[in-house]
Design a protein around this ligand. Sequence first.
Ligand code: FPP
Length: 248
Amino acid sequence: MQSNLSPKLGDTPDARLHVGIIMDGNGRWATRRGMSRLRGHEAGVEAIRRVVEAAPGQGVGALTLYAFSSDNWRRPKTEVSALMALLRFYLANEVEALVRNGVRLTVIGRRDRIPEGIAHAIARAEAATAAGSALHLRIAIDYSARDAILNAATRAAGIVDLTRERLAELITGEKNLRDVDLIIRTSGEKRLSDFLLWEGAYAELHFTERMWPEFEAQDLAEALGAFHRRERRFGGLQAIAPEEVPSL
Ligand code: FPP
């Protein structure tokens, strides 16, 4: 088992927690204040910065954020374009800080439908941050968990000795990614919306009324506090500590 302090990512599973967040409520937060929905998404980027900064200090080793689902293409063209522009802005402006803070960024989801410039910016950001070990930040863009499973199943079709580990690699695009321990959804909605269906098989769920743009480090701490008070048994009868979570 590797050290908690200097885990070598991609080697054996990280003993630190993997948290997924469905960042919901940007639009409502903004319209309730008489602002455009875009302003809500911009405020959502600020919340991302706060959480990425706070996560390593709260025992989180991997953080998967749902930024744009494959179903979000159904939104008005103006909102989709605004979200893509924000992503472009984030990638152009954030990489330096991510490198400085030891954050490794990877993006999950389809790359063939997003603007080419963003796909290239993602590849550059992933390469630039590859050595980060303080936090693995995974941003889901044009992401659908069902599609990830379907694609993996298609690729796995010819493998005779297919194991859970190999299938997980194909689904997540990562060797030894820790299963998701906790999924947080903001804004009072209580559903998974096609997010991390494989990796989150045993995830604890935390729903909060807080709108995403209002989400602070303290909200993450509260969600993790509630998580640590829960008893995780993974189908057995005894509680299992986070560092002893069984692998696939
Ligand atoms: C849900 O709120 C939020 C989204 C669909 C987009 C999340 C995007 C960001 C936080 C910013 C862009 C991300 C990056 C990484 C730069 P909603 O619009 O569905 O809110 P509503 O339910 O109140 O309408």
